[in-house]
Design a protein around this ligand. Structure first.
Ligand code: NAP
Length: 234
C-alpha cells in the first residue's frame, strides 16, 4: 500500500451520528484520502467510570452508518485490545500494518484535541500521524498555538495558506473547518432516554438498529430504563 493516504477517525461513537459522518466526508474529500477508517474505541480511556454501550453494538452502528460509501471502512482493532484504547497504540498498529509509504491522518475534534496532553504518550502522536483538527463554530486556529508550543514543541509554526502548523521534525497539525452540525452523541442519548425522536440526527439504519436492540431506552422517573438495567444502555 505505497503512497496512500489513510484517514483514521477515532471515537466512542455512542452512537455515531451525521456530525461525525459529515466531518469524515469533508476531510476525506479535502485531503484526497485513499481510505478512511472509523475506529470505535474498545474501552474509551477518558470515560473509565462512565458506562458506554458495548463495543459490539457501537461497532455495528458504525458499520451500518458507513456502509455504501466507497472508500469508507471500519476497524475493530481497538475491540481486540485489553484495557483502555490508547490512540498511540492504534496509530502504531496502522503505521506497521500500512508500512512507511502510507501517510496517516488522525481526525480529531477540537474538544478532544484540547485535552491531548492528558493522552498516553501524547508526544509520540505527532511523529505517527498528521493530526486533522476539526473545527467548531467560534474557534480560531491560533487558539491551538499556545497548546502546541507549550505541550509539544515551540517550533510549531502556523502557515495560513496551508491551514496547518508545520514543524521541522514532527508531522503537521492541520486545522479544518467542517459544516457546523450541532449534533452530539450525548444529546442523542438524552433525547432517546426521554423517549423523544432521534430521526434525522443519525442514519435510518442506525436508528433501526437502536430500536431493534433496545439501546438508549427511555428512562423512568426512578432512573431505571424501561426493559433493561440503566447501566447497560447509557
Ligand atoms: P466521540 O465523542 O465519539 O466523537 C468522535 C469525534 O467526532 C471527536 O473527535 C468529536 O470531536 C467529533 N465530533 C463529534 N460531534 C461532532 C460534530 N457534530 N461535528 C464534527 N465533529 C464532531 O469521540 P471521543 O470519545 O471524543 O474520542 C475521540 C478520539 O480520541 C477517540 O479515538 C479516543 O480513543 C481518542 N482519545 C484517546 C485518548 C488516549 O489515547 N489516552 C484519550 C482521550 C480520547 P469533539 O471532541 O470536538 O467532540
Amino acid at each position: 500500500m505505497t503512497g496512500s493516504r489513510l484517514g483514521l477517525m477515532g471515537g466512542t461513537f455512542n452512537p455515531i451520528h451525521f456530525g461525525h459522518l459529515r466531518a469524515a466526508e469533508e476531510v476525506a474529500e479535502g485531503f484526497r484520502l485513499s481510505r478512511l477508517l472509523f475506529v470505535p474505541s474498545g474501552q474509551p480511556p477518558h470515560k473509565p467510570h462512565r458506562p458506554v454501550v458495548e463495543f459490539e453494538h457501537r461497532l455495528a452502528m458504525v458499520r451500518l452508518a458507513s456502509a455504501g460509501r466507497p472508500g469508507f471502512g471500519v476497524s475493530d482493532v481497538e475491540g481486540h485490545r485489553r484495557g483502555p484504547s490508547y490512540t498511540v497504540d492504534t496509530l502504531g498498529f496502522f503505521q506497521k500494518a500500512w508500512g512507511p509509504a502510507a501517510t496517516l491522518y488522525f481526525i480529531v475534534g477540537l474538544d478532544a484535541f484540547l485535552d491531548v496532553a492528558s493522552w498516553r504518550d501524547y508526544r509520540r502522536l505527532f511523529t505517527l500521524a498528521h493530526l486533522v483538527v476539526i473545527s467548531r463554530p467560534g474557534t480560531d486556529p491560533l487558539d491551538l498555538e499556545p497548546l502546541l508550543k507549550a505541550m509539544v514543541s515551540v517550533d510549531y509554526a502556523w502557515y495560513e495558506g496551508e491551514r496547518a502548523f508545520f514543524h521541522p521534525r514532527l508531522l503537521p497539525v492541520h486545522y479544518r473547518p467542517v459544516a457546523p452540525l450541532d449534533i452530539s452523541s450525548s444529546a442523542i442519548r438524552r433525547r432517546a432516554h426521554r423517549g423523544e425522536s432521534i430521526r434525522y440526527l443519525i442514519p435510518d439504519p442506525v436508528r433501526e438498529y437502536i430500536d431493534n436492540n433496545r439501546l438508549y431506552q427511555p428512562i423512568g422517573p426512578d432512573g431505571l430504563s424501561f426493559g433493561r438495567g440503566k447501566e447497560e444502555n447509557v
